[in-house]
Design a protein around this ligand. Structure first.
Ligand SMILES: [Zn+2]
Length: 357
């Protein structure tokens, strides 16, 4: 029988009714020049020669949280999880030393980090909601894909359009089609979808299985992997139900990025349907293990920088937060752990907590 606490956790973790503080994107710190509440940090070790240019165009480069180093000079591609050697695609991209952690509200409502020339990682501020989801913006030549749209009314669309305008200006490109995809259907990942509905040159795929299946041409949800070409950048769309029925992972072959949503991230991995989840994790491993996986990115951080120690549920300040990045080895560790379970049980690992509901 579930405790009351467990019920509360399961509901709020799925953002089924959470109504937190709403911040519509204004920046009271005065550090943002464009009113979107966004800040940009540039990849530290990207091979890009233009990695800082966005910060001078669409969105502000200001707002280093707490005086920390999230900009140039922060940690880079030499992450904990690279399968690539020299000249590998894994040398592309860099990550901030830390993300805004909610300890000094207000902070920028959306932190924008330029991972590489064509990959941006956005994090909604903990000050706007404790889920503080990560969003991903992946540019191809013909299309740009946004994974997830945040929640609690934060103005994600303005931030995204600022990044797109700046990137197009860099390229001397007139326009590009925006495709909005959701990692899964929970409220903290789809809350901003409506902001994109009806925008020119924009497609919002939807977050139910029929919509995703028909858009990507998936006939058998639990068996197939679809390919989606952004133009010189092919993504594999891998249905991974279990945390939620319409969950997908995206594998970006160009930069070796595996986006795992809420199925794997440094935090509590809430599992709604355990057998389905196990099968999905097995399929995800099977699909990517022969490929070059540079980094695994999920959509939250709930672990501290102490192995096996998480923040309290609902914590809206994350001092000493673990890094976002995971690697293929974590996915394999997760698979091995859940496959070995005779029945679903909570299990604490250094970098994540298996949390059947
Ligand atoms: Zn979530």
């Amino acid at each position: 029988m579930r405790s009351v606490w467990m019920v509360v956790v399961s509901c709020a973790a799925l953002a089924c009714g959470a109504e937190g503080e709403t911040n519509t994107g204004t920046d009271s710190s005065g550090s943002s020049s464009d009113g979107t509440g966004a800040m940009v940090t540039a990849a530290a070790s990207t091979s890009s020669t233009s990695s800082t240019s966005t910060s001078s165009t669409a969105v502000s480069s200001s707002g280093q949280p707490n005086g920390s180093s999230t900009g140039p000079g922060s940690t880079g591609a030499a992450g904990s999880s690279s399968s690539g050697g020299s000249n590998s695609i894994c040398e592309v991209g860099g990550l901030p030393a830390r993300w805004q952690d909610g300890t000094r509200c207000p902070e920028e409502t959306v932190q924008v980090h330029r991972y590489s020339d064509d990959t941006f990682i956005l994090r909604q501020s903990l000050c706007t909601g404790f889920e503080a989801p990560f969003l991903y913006l992946l540019f191809g030549e013909d299309r740009v894909l946004l994974e997830d749209t945040g929640y609690n009314g934060v103005d994600v669309a303005s931030v995204v359009s600022g990044i797109i305008d700046a990137r197009l200006a860099e390229r001397g490109q007139e326009s590009i089609e925006l495709v909005v995809v959701n990692s899964h259907g929970h409220g903290d990942h789809v809350g901003g979808n409506a902001q994109f509905q009806g925008l020119p040159n924009t497609t919002v795929v939807g977050f139910d299985v029929p919509s995703i299946s028909s858009f990507f041409g998936i006939d058998n949800w639990r068996e197939e992997v679809a390919e989606y070409d952004l133009g010189g950048r092919v993504l594999d769309v891998i249905p991974i139900p279990g945390h939620q029925s319409a969950h997908v992972a995206l594998f970006d072959r160009a930069e070796g990025l595996l986006l795992t949503g809420d199925t794997l991230y440094p935090g509590r991995l809430y599992i709604q349907d355990f057998p389905t989840y196990v099968a999905s994790v097995e399929r995800m491993v099977a699909h990517v293990e022969s490929q070059e996986v540079c980094r695994v990115f999920g959509t939250h951080i709930e672990m501290t920088d102490q192995p096996g120690v998480d923040f309290d549920f609902g914590a809206d300040e994350h001092p000493g937060e673990r890094a976002l990045e995971l690697g293929l080895e974590h996915l394999v560790e997760l698979r091995d752990a859940v496959v070995a379970m005779d029945e679903p049980v909570q299990e604490v690992h250094d970098d994540f907590i298996i949390f059947p509901l």
